[in-house]
Ligand binder design. Structure first.
Ligand SMILES: [Zn+2]
Length: 224
């Protein structure tokens, strides 16, 4: 069978996802279990999704699934079918999002367990795309209607957030591509760690007024 453009895009995205997964382990932002799932958008309301594990992931092990939950190519462990809705909800709500990463990164998960939004008080968080606090989505069983509806509501209320904390669960981050999204996961985990450390010495302090806007303007200038 001849290789099509769509195949080339799929292979490229699969390689990017495998690289992103590896970068999360290398950065030390994974929980003890190594649990995570990563996806990238494909055309025709489809996505590439990790098969149920990420450690040692090879590009050819990724599955192609429809936004409706149907597995179109490859195989998913049964636990993964529950998380398709978590990923497809983001793609439906954010047309420009190209990749979604879910982790149980320990410090970000501490905020999720405390049901506390993570403030944006570090430069990397601003620079890598989260120039506002990370909101908390109320708990619901993973992939359930309650959880998916809660996520859709928060995404609507917060049109510029690039991440959410899933209450009593973990972190969900979305961005233009797998590498940028993985960078933001790392920046958020670092920020959560710094917040918790700062709490022991009097607590984190907000940026001075106008600082977030100034960084956003300088990023816009650098990328124009
Ligand atoms: Zn999870």
């Amino acid at each position: 069978m001849a290789t099509t453009d769509a195949d080339t895009v799929k292979q490229e995205r699969a390689r990017q996802l495998a690289d992103a997964a590896e970068s999360l382990f290398a950065a030390g932002v994974m929980s003890h279990s190594g649990h995570a799932n990563l996806s990238a958008r494909l055309d025709g309301e489809r996505l590439l999704l990790t098969p149920g594990f990420v450690r040692g992931l090879r590009p050819e092990q990724l599955a192609v699934v429809g936004f409706d939950g149907q597995v179109l190519e490859g195989e998913l462990q049964s636990v993964s079918t529950e998380i398709i809705a978590m990923h497809s909800t983001i793609y439906k709500a954010r047309p420009h999002v190209g990749a979604v990463i879910h982790t149980h990164s320990p410090s970000a998960t501490a905020f999720a367990v405390a049901n506390r939004p993570l403030p944006c008080r570090t430069e990397p968080m601003l620079r890598f795309g989260q120039a506002e606090d990370v909101p908390v989505v109320p708990w619901g069983p993973r992939g359930s209607d309650v959880s998916v509806r809660g996520m859709a509501e928060v995404l609507e209320q917060r049109p510029t957030t690039a991440s959410v904390l899933l209450a009593n669960h973990g972190l969900l981050v979305f961005g233009p591509d797998p590498a940028a999204t993985a960078h933001l996961v790392v920046a958020i985990e670092e920020s959560a760690e710094a917040e918790i450390a700062a709490a022991a010495i009097g607590g984190g302090v907000d940026f001075p007024p106008g600082a977030q806007e100034a960084v956003r303007a300088s990023i816009a200038r650098a990328s124009s």
